[in-house]
Design a protein around this ligand. Sequence first.
Ligand SMILES: C[S@@+](CC[C@H](N)C(=O)[O-])C[C@H]1O[C@@H](n2cnc3c(N)ncnc32)[C@H](O)[C@@H]1O
Length: 213
Amino acid sequence: MTPSVWDERAQAYRESEAHREGPDLDLLVEWAADARTALDVGSGGGHVARRLRDGGLDVVTVDPAPGMGADVQAAAEDLPFADASFDVVATRVAAHHFGDVAAAVAELARVSADRVLVVDNLFMGDAAEEADRVRDPSHVRNYTEQEWCALFEGAGLTVMETRRVDRPMRFGPWLGRSGCTGAAAGRVRELLADRIDGDTITLDRIALRGVKG
Ligand SMILES: C[S@@+](CC[C@H](N)C(=O)[O-])C[C@H]1O[C@@H](n2cnc3c(N)ncnc32)[C@H](O)[C@@H]1O
């Protein structure tokens, strides 16, 4: 795998308060509760894996950035696992970086024996998309709830539940994690003005629980 911007950011994402905790992590643990094995895709600082392991699951992590130190280095679009290898396949705040999200969701479904859990920021309009790209050029796109449901259905998954898990975060550290400073940071603040209150930014976030078949 070629080193990526994610290698430089690995420590920041491991330590990030916004990533270490949150109601979305609690929900993933609840949705995975009766399972035995899980795959954490785009695992980054390993927070989903840590929480699922605490819940008693055997978890494998996969991430393409070598610096993230996942168990397996691979992209979501091409997972090196056999069909139906894990009870639960989860991915949290990573899908908006996937180059081919439909191929990735098909892979999540293929390697899952039972359920696929996705948490990601929602599409919040063109200004917010521009802000995401200015803040972090590796941003590809956020999707609407309708688009997410279509992606699940296209991969042969039945959507059992969707939940809003909006996430207030500290604005400064959010910019800092992707190294966004100066004029670029000013532009992001301008584009997201309606979502910023003091040093807090609130992004719309969704969690989806799908099952195979
Ligand atoms: C925001 S971080 C991960 C957050 C982590 N899942 C958590 O809950 O804290 C996004 C991660 O997506 C990974 N990523 C980027 N493109 C990817 C792809 N095509 N497939 C899988 N992971 C990818 C990056 O290497 C990075 O570790």
